[in-house]
Design a protein around this ligand. Structure first.
Ligand code: NDP
Length: 394
């Protein structure tokens, strides 16, 4: 029986993973080792009972008493706090879903890789902040990383049976987010509510806003470079409003392989779960005659400064990805709290990268988790300072 753990089980990706596991037989078909959540204790306990998990862990230590109460008599062990999440990652499992949001997802993923697991990686921040470290750890322990981000799953699938050296370019598709058709001069006034109105994908709140600002795509550009080992200038972004092509690979003979499907994350979660096989998935089938046309347009750089910043981060590498991601997370917090405006998020991130310029270098082979966490902390402190000043000047 295959053993499975889900980190970030109560989130958008986690819920969809649980849905697929339940449809594939749930506790009768899988041995569920660990399920982790953040603050949603009720849902964590409910899924841990339903899937008969060995342990359920919530990130917030204040939630432990409630988790224990909710799991009473179920036989599921309860634990709480970041150390308990790290310990849960040390429990060997054949297949591990990494779906914690943000930099907190890095350590559990690294720990799981050390057990030679198959890591289904939704937490893109792992590759953005510590790509070389994560990929080296996987290689060292014979572990496999399967991308879950829909774009990277699409690229992975387009590369099956192909020689990677024949790849000329990778074309990431982007919906353009909720504000893609807004006049440029109005973007500064966009509210959280405006940025949350995503045209195609139903996702968590943070990633939906990152989609409107294209910080999400910026992370994915860096993720592509780290996961597939291509050069930065081989990664392109194209706006494809229908979100039906999930990404494309262009080869040196001019051929382009595109992956199509409904905008449903269960495509890529299910692919990672069933890999190397394909099994039935409960996703909508495309009616191409009804869709009739697909459209594309180049992203305007003035609208999406995050894409320019991603290029800078790839040129710097080292700890630049950790600083970029942390600054982005803090800038997003300030936008969500109403402190800074929509376009100020990129200004804050750019200012943080400039302020930390002298500290971003790091020999790739010598990068450690502590280096990454140290830069993450430093960039958060700087980003908070800079965002507060920006909020005051607004
Ligand atoms: P959500 O915000 O919906 O869920 C995040 C999960 O992480 C929840 O289980 C949450 O717990 C938990 N969590 C939050 N903070 C912490 C913490 N500090 N420590 C431990 N656990 C924590 O995020 P998504 O599911 O949308 O995204 C998860 C990851 O997948 C992200 O890296 C995202 O970029 C990536 N991704 C998401 C896609 C999507 O469609 N949603 C698409 C592609 C990639 P709780 O809810 O209980 O507080």
């Amino acid at each position: 029986m295959r053993s499975v753990s889900i980190f970030g089980a109560t989130g958008s990706i986690g819920e969809q993973t649980v849905d697929l596991l339940q449809r594939a037989g749930g506790a009768e078909a899988f041995r569920i080792v660990a399920l982790t959540g953040g603050r949603n204790i009720a849902r964590l306990a409910e899924m841990a009972r339903a899937l008969r998990a060995e342990v359920a862990v919530c990130a917030d230590p204040a939630g432990l008493a409630e988790l224990r109460t909710r799991l009473e008599g179920s036989g599921v062990a309860a634990a709480a706090g970041p150390e308990a999440i790290a310990e849960a990652a040390d429990r060997p499992a054949d297949w591990v879903m990494s779906a914690i949001v943000g930099a907190a997802g890095l350590e559990p993923g690294l720990r799981a890789l050390r057990h030679g697991t198959t890591l289904a990686l939704a937490n893109k921040e792992s590759l953005v902040t510590a790509g070389p470290l994560v990929m080296a750890e996987a290689a060292r322990h014979g572990a496999r990383i399967l991308p879950v981000d829909s774009e990277h799953s699409a690229i992975f699938q387009a590369l099956v049976g192909e020689d990677v050296t024949a790849v000329e370019r990778i074309i990431l598709t982007a919906s353009g987010g909720a504000l893609r058709d807004w006049p440029l001069e109005q973007l500064a006034r966009a509210t959280v509510r405006d940025a949350l109105a995503h045209p195609n994908w139903a996702m968590g709140q943070r990633i939906t806003i990152d989609s409107a600002s294209m910080f999400n795509k910026a992370l994915e550009v860096i993720e592509t470079r780290e996961y597939f080992g291509v050069e930065p200038d081989q990664v392109e972004v194209i706006i494809h409003p229908e979100s039906l092509i999930h990404s494309m690979v262009g080869f040196r003979d001019g051929a382009i392989m595109a992956h199509m499907g409904a905008p449903d994350m269960r495509h890529s979660i299910g692919y990672a779960l069933n890999w190397p096989d394909r099994s039935h998935l409960p996703v909508a089938r495309l009616d191409l005659a009804q869709i009739a046309r697909l459209s594309f347009r180049a992203p305007e750089m003035a609208r999406y400064p995050a894409l320019r910043l991603a290029r800078e981060v790839m040129a710097r590498r080292g700890l630049a990805g950790a600083a970029f991601n942390a600054a982005k997370e803090v800038a997003l917090d300030h936008f969500l709290a109403g402190g800074i405006g929509f376009m100020q998020m990129a200004e804050v991130v750019e200012a943080v990268l400039a302020a930390l310029d002298g500290e971003l270098s790091k020999e790739i082979g010598q990068m450690t988790l502590e280096d990454v966490q140290g830069m993450d902390h430093l960039a958060r402190v700087r980003a908070n300072e800079i965002a507060q000043v920006a909020a005051g000047a607004r």
